[in-house]
Design a protein around this ligand. Structure first.
Ligand code: GDP
Ligand code: IMO
Ligand code: MG
Length: 434
């Protein structure tokens, strides 16, 4: 039984939810390890759409166990709503969802602090999802955060809340009056009681299950370029969205994990601010947005669209030690006359083949493109790789060569059935028989 990590190879929204759903049948446990309800993972089953934010996408399979790891930040109110909405949709989380007692909490003041911070940044704002993610991780690293286990210790909860609220009031005077410690405390205690049945020591849970031979699929959120260490800092999220985060975010050591699968669109999108070298500001960008329905699953914001960037996905291969790549949304390119692939960045006469650390340099990089013909044929109902138009197969071969990684699966539509296994002889197929 293999243990695999799925990560986003670009700026998020690569279709991780669909692919996690597809892989789930082959695993016992599906674990999220970082981020929070900034994520929006879409899964479509029998025409019904589910958007998961905090709960792993595996919850839609009734026989699977799901984990919210210690590396995540949890807004207990958002989690309660998500669990209730799933229940209304016929999905019961009881005895199947396990929440880490060490995960940090997002409380109401985090969102207010974030709004204040974004307003203060003005034109340099990050364009966050305004879910309180960044401020909650700031408190974690500042060693003043409140964790799930604190919900069950009223005295600690109260005194730490008082300290934190005083600090936020000093930091952002404009929100001072709207913060009522007693109200935050009462709400947190109540939510703690409601969620208590789900709370466990996740590292212990995971390692015991692994010892018993159970297999785990680690479901990454966001994407490599939004990782706080490796992404386009400061235009990133506040967590470790790369493969390494799976270990720290669940308490499972690296030697227990067998492989890493990257998910990438056949083009690129980004939501929020920050550099995006292959972004299209023209009709082609608008066409991709409409064809791909590129609107945020969490915030509804239009996603910025551009060409596939092999520099980015190559970088992602290295940072994550990708074994295999899944290419999604190939169908979106069906209508294009020609398609471009970025093969390098031109910066002041130099040709860069990797992502520079300094975003001011990245902002001045001009993509070098390779242009190929479009296949101008519908691909969304194709089941067999060899039935794809030759030009589409060539396009995929080029992507695979440029990023030096096998492409094991191609997705040509949001539904489970709109999936093509590119090779039965891939590294991926040595772990799961698709
Ligand atoms: P995630 O955050 O990585 O899980 O991705 P999102 O769910 O935010 O965004 C991906 C969107 O593309 C969702 O609306 C999916 O239903 C949709 N999708 C996934 N794969 C495909 C595909 O191959 N083709 C098309 N047209 N849509 C897809
Ligand atoms: P999934 O898991 C795409 C982006 C935000 C913003 C930046 C920081 O669905 O792929 P944050 O609220 O996290 O502090 O915002 O990160 N962002 C995402 N973009 N997909 C996501 O998640 C994202 N989660 C955060 O738009 O630019
Ligand atoms: Mg998403």
């Amino acid at each position: 039984m293999a243990n695999l990590i799925i990560i986003g190879s670009q700026w998020g929204d690569e279709g991780k939810g669909k692919i996690v759903d597809l892989f789930t049948a082959h695993f016992d446990i599906i674990a999220r390890y970082q981020g929070g309800h900034n994520a929006g993972h879409t899964v479509i089953i029998n025409g019904r759409k589910y958007i998961l934010h905090l709960v792993p996408s595996g919850i839609l399979h009734p026989d699977k166990l799901c984990v919210i790891g210690n590396g995540m930040v949890i807004d207990p109110s958002a989690l309660k709503t998500e669990i209730e909405e799933l229940r209304e949709g016929g999905i019961d989380c009881k005895d199947r969802l396990f929440i880490s007692n060490r995960a940090h909490l997002i409380l109401d003041y985090h969102r207010l602090v974030e709004k204040g911070d974004e307003d203060r940044r003005g034109d340099a704002r990050i364009g966050t999802t305004n879910r309180g993610i960044g401020p909650a991780y700031e408190d974690k690293m500042g060693r003043r955060g409140l964790r799930v286990c604190d919900l069950f210790n009223p005295e600690t909860l109260k005194s730490r809340l008082q300290d934190n609220v005083r600090l936020k009031q000093a930091l952002v005077p404009s929100i001072a009056e709207s913060l009522d410690v007693d109200a935050i405390y009462d709400k947190a205690l109540k939510l703690g009681r409601e969620l208590s049945g789900y709370v466990v020591d996740v590292a212990d849970f995971m390692n015991r299950n692994l010892d018993e031979g159970k297999s785990v699929l680690f479901e990454g959120a966001q994407g490599t370029m939004l990782d706080v260490d490796h992404g386009t800092y400061p235009f990133v999220t506040a967590s470790c969205a790369t493969a390494g985060g799976a270990c720290t975010g669940t308490g499972v050591g690296p030697t227990r994990i067998d492989g890493v699968v990257g998910i990438s669109k056949a083009y690129t999108t980004r939501v929020g601010e920050g550099p995006f070298p292959t972004e299209l500001h023209d009709e082609t960008g608008n066409l991709i947005r409409e064809q791909g329905q590129e609107y945020g699953a969490s915030t509804g914001r239009p996603r910025r669209c551009g060409w596939f960037d092999a520099v980015v996905v190559n970088y992602s291969r290295r940072i994550n030690s990708l074994d295999s790549l899944v290419i999604t949304k190939l169908d979106v390119l069906d209508v294009l006359d020609e398609i471009k692939i970025c093969t390098g960045y031109r910066y002041k006469g130099d040709l860069l083949k990797t992502v520079p650390a300094d975003i001011q340099v990245l902002e001045q990089c001009r993509p070098e493109y390779l242009t190929v013909k479009g296949w101008k044929q519908k691909t969304d109902a194709i089941q067999d790789f060899n039935d794809l138009p030759v030009i589409a197969r060539d396009y995929l071969k080029r992507l695979s060569d440029l990023v030096d990684t096998e492409i094991s699966i191609i997705s040509t539509g949001p539904d489970r059935v709109q999936t093509i296994v590119a090779s039965r002889d891939s590294r991926l197929s040595s772990w799961i028989k698709l």
